[in-house]
Design a protein around this ligand. Structure first.
Ligand SMILES: O=P(O)(O)OC[C@H]1O[C@H](OP(=O)(O)OP(=O)(O)O)[C@H](O)[C@@H]1O
Ligand code: HPA
Ligand SMILES: [Mg+2]
Length: 195
């Protein structure tokens, strides 16, 4: 049995039933992340990037992306939070800061999703103030449609996996009140689950 067939079997029932539809299945996610890793490997040739993963949502993405980049690299973690249920509180709180200085480093911020853009705008400015050589963004999903016509419509993320529809999505790190991060695919939660 292939890995994706085994995952399909594991997720035949249970939590999978809380999803209305699957948007990105295991193979689709993995193949897009492998492409992104190849592109980063080319773009950063001769450099040693620092992947800054934004916890908690980015943990599966970081694990897969880092294994698709054939370069010496280091990882560090920041934990920030702004969502309660399906809504941004509008306030980004740093729950855990980086362990090391990023001065002179080529930083790639690794995020699961750009939604309102608030989290990344805050983080990018915060990290730029610490004297890195460069700061780029790798986001698995960009829910760009919610920022249409706004000044931050284009967040300038160098690496984006998918443009996501305007739905509350869960899985592959993305949560609803802490749950569903362990799904190996990304889907749309049934409204009955959160209303
Ligand atoms: O563009 P925005 O509207 O700011 O939304 C994106 C952010 O929201 C989520 O984090 P959350 O605050 O839920 O923390 P978590 O990763 O621990 O779930 C997600 O992981 C992003 O970091
Ligand atoms: O659609 C979403 N799903 C889960 N977490 C999120 N954080 C921002 N947008 C989302
Ligand atoms: Mg969350």
């Amino acid at each position: 049995m292939s890995t994706s067939e085994r995952y399909a079997k594991i997720w035949e029932g249970g939590l999978r039933g809380d999803l209305r539809e699957i948007l990105y299945d295991v193979d689709t996610l993995q193949s897009t992340i492998l492409d992104m890793g190849e592109q980063i490997t080319r773009d950063y040739a001769g450099k040693e990037p620092l992947l800054v993963a934004i916890l908690k949502g980015s943990y599966p993405f970081l694990a897969d992306l880092a294994r698709a980049i054939n370069l010496p690299l280091t990882v560090d973690f920041m934990a920030v939070s702004s969502y309660k249920g399906t809504k941004s509180t509008g306030v980004v709180r740093i729950l855990k800061d980086l362990d090391r200085s990023i001065s002179g480093r080529d930083v790639i911020i690794v995020e699961d999703i750009i939604d309102s853009g608030l989290t990344l705008q805050y983080l990018r400015e915060n990290l730029r103030g610490r004297g890195p050589a460069s700061v780029e963004i790798a986001a698995l999903l960009d829910k760009k449609v919610v920022r249409a016509g706004k000044p931050n419509e284009d967040m300038g993320a160098k690496y984006v996996g998918f443009e996501c529809p305007n739905e509350f999505v869960v899985g592959y790190g993305l949560d609803y009140n802490g749950r569903y991060r362990n799904l190996p695919f990304i889907g749309v939660l049934r409204e009955e689950v959160y209303s």
